[in-house]
Design a protein around this ligand. Structure first.
Ligand SMILES: NC(=O)c1ccc[n+]([C@@H]2O[C@H](COP(=O)([O-])OP(=O)(O)OC[C@H]3O[C@@H](n4cnc5c(N)ncnc54)[C@H](O)[C@@H]3O)[C@@H](O)[C@H]2O)c1
Length: 402
């Protein structure tokens, strides 16, 4: 069989622990036999990040900007315990944080749905994608806790020397205070990333904030989103999709009553909280995909979950594990589809779509990894499998469907 040829390299970022093992197996079993993979490989595994003083992460982000599409394996974000475990020179920053900052990107997370796992919310029929604005608000706050009566003021000093002072509160006893900020440029980037992504997947966008209470701060989010949308309005109309703003409390009530199938753009905190709620209600972290989109249309695909450390330690002891490869496979298919769309390679698009369909066929036939067996309707489960058997079943199904 002739392998599918690619034109532009895909930026490939390898990672850590069990997902690094999965990465290799997915490539060997499901990609390399069918695609003459053109990739620019960056090893973001923790040992290599340490050896290159994290330069490899920066190089990978620069390559992503250059070529436009990347696929990334889960990576360890070091903490004190990892410093010791890997004898690190430094506590390197989260690679995802570095890449997100360099691409000025927004993260979109969507669940993969299967028949056997019913969402906890009965009305949800289609995936809900959460787009989280990942800059500022309480994540870059300053806080004060006081022990005596007094007054707290908010003071802005402009470069021109202009001063604005507002009384936050005068307290007759101990209290707590918080100062938060955001940047217009960041909100604008977020809006552009959200509307660009919505056009690429042809889904409506919902956005909620609390502008009735926070008239200036949340009001700015509402205004900027609406302003940026003006540039997209015609293209949205052509694509038959809409942008809908409502108060955050109303948005939540509507999301719960909805059928799904849209992008829910969230402020930083709302996105943090709601993405876990949506992920859990749809089923499993192992079935959540994630894509980072920059406002100028650069895409980086990955699984939402981490490196599955517990399984890796068992793997090191020679045990076989039932690790779910779905989100990592879908990161590959997402990246290959985007590459094929940019380069006009129909066969590659067909391959990626067939691979996705084959994975779903295997799952919908009742063959699944342990994490899904525990969530699934027991009537829908025929066999619990180890990762390698699962990948082999998918390969057989893929060969049948191609
Ligand atoms: N995107 C990323 O690169 C990313 C995201 C989160 C965590 N991490 C890193 O991953 C490491 C482990 O973190 P964690 O344990 O909090 O998160 P994790 O996602 O690896 O695991 C959380 C839980 O979900 C289960 N799980 C996750 N994915 C699974 C899969 N594919 N199949 C079966 N079960 C699965 C795990 O067994 C565990 O119980 C940490 O070092 C962290 O820094 C990386």
């Amino acid at each position: 069989m002739n392998k599918i040829q690619m034109k532009t390299p895909l930026v490939e970022m390898d990672g850590d622990e069990m997902t690094r093992i999965l990465w290799q197996r997915i490539k060997e079993e499901l990609i390399l036999p069918f695609v003459d993979l053109k990739s620019e490989y960056y090893d973001l595994g923790l040992p290599n990040r340490d050896a290159t003083a994290d330069q490899v992460t920066i190089d990978a982000a620069l390559a992503t900007k250059k070529y436009g599409v990347a696929v990334k394996c889960a990576t360890i974000t070091p903490n004190a315990q990892r410093m010791e475990e890997y004898q690190l020179h430094e506590m390197w920053k989260s690679p995802n944080g570095t890449i997100r900052a360099m691409l000025d990107g927004t993260v979109f997370r969507s669940p993969i749905l299967i028949d056997a796992v019913h969402p906890a919310v009965r009305s949800w029929e289609k995936p809900i994608t959460i787009a989280r604005h990942a800059y500022g608000d309480i994540y870059k706050n300053v806080e004060i806790r006081t022990q005596e009566p007094g007054r707290c003021e908010l003071v802005f000093t402009g470069e021109s020397g202009n001063k604005i002072t507002k009384l936050v509160q005068e307290l007759d006893g101990p209290g707590v205070f918080q100062g938060v900020h955001n940047k217009e440029a960041s909100i604008r980037s977020f809006a552009n990333a959200v509307f660009t992504y919505a056009l690429s997947v042809k889904q409506d966008v919902w956005f909620g904030a609390k502008d009735t209470i926070s008239k200036t701060y949340d009001g700015a989010f509402k205004e900027i989103m609406a302003e940026v949308f003006e540039d997209y309005k015609e293209r949205f109309e052509e694509a038959g999709i809409t942008y809908f703003y409502t108060l955050i409390d109303d948005a939540i009530a509507r999301v719960i009553r909805s059928k799904g199938g849209f992008i829910w753009a969230c402020k930083n905190y709302d996105g943090d909280v709601m993405s876990d709620m949506v992920a859990t209600a749809f089923g499993s972290l192992a079935m959540m995909t994630s894509v980072l989109v920059s406002p100028d249309g650069v895409y980086e695909y990955e699984a939402s979950h981490g490196t599955v450390t517990r399984h890796y330690y068992r793997y090191l002891k020679g045990e076989k594990t039932s690790t779910n490869p779905m989100a990592t496979i879908f990161a590959w298919t997402g990246a290959l589809k985007k590459r094929s769309e940019m380069d006009g390679i129909k066969e590659l698009e067909h391959f990626a779509e067939t691979l996705e369909k084959s994975c779903l066929n295997v799952l919908n036939s009742g063959i699944m990894t342990k994490d899904l067996v525990m969530l699934a309707d027991p009537a829908c489960v025929t066999k619990e499998v180890l990762t390698e058997d699962f990948l082999r079943d998918i390969r057989q199904e893929l060969e049948k469907n191609l």
